[in-house]
Design a protein around this ligand. Structure first.
Ligand SMILES: [Zn+2]
Length: 163
């Protein structure tokens, strides 16, 4: 059946590929702590519309940790992801060199950050992302595997040829 617009109601789906460079590591103490902080933050998620609570935690280069959770809004487009809440909190506290982000989603799901959050991670130098859920082994991902071709900062600053 087709909609009035003529577009199929069913979206074409790309086949899912496993993430490259996935490792099931023995986490360092710092990364294990990051997962615990993210799991605690997940309990504070404000997700009355999606019922999909997510927690995140960011490790800054000086060892400080900042938590975030998703925060939704009746105007859906205003929702913020847990990762960006955590990263922006770190920046608001004066931390611009970030080394790792942990993300904890619902049980049974290996949640990966959305594209917007990946670009924000790129901005602040994130090197590792730990994907975790309330149960099951966490997965450590080298950041370039998540965003191999980021929007270049040099272009954003208008320093490329022609400007
Ligand atoms: Zn996101």
């Amino acid at each position: 059946m087709r909609r009035a617009s003529g577009r199929s109601a069913k979206r074409a789906r790309r086949p899912r590929r496993p993430l490259p460079a996935l490792r099931r590591p023995h986490l360092s103490k710092e990364h294990a702590r990051l997962v615990r902080v993210a799991a605690r933050a997940r309990r504070r998620a404000y997700a009355p519309y999606s019922q999909f609570p997510v927690g995140a935690a960011v490790l800054a280069s000086d060892g400080t940790v900042y938590a975030g959770c998703n925060v939704e809004n009746a105007s859906y487009g205003l929702a913020l992801c847990a990762e960006r809440v955590a990263i922006h909190t770190a920046v608001a506290n004066g931390r611009r060199r970030l080394t790792a982000v942990a993300v904890v989603g619902p049980a049974g799901i290996t949640l990966t950050p959305c594209g917007a959050c990946r670009q924000v991670m790129e901005e602040f130098g994130v090197q590792n992302v730990i994907l975790a859920s309330p149960r099951g082994a966490p997965t450590l991902v080298a950041f370039p595997a998540l965003l191999p071709s980021p929007f270049p900062q040099v272009a954003a600053r208008g320093r490329h040829a022609g400007l």
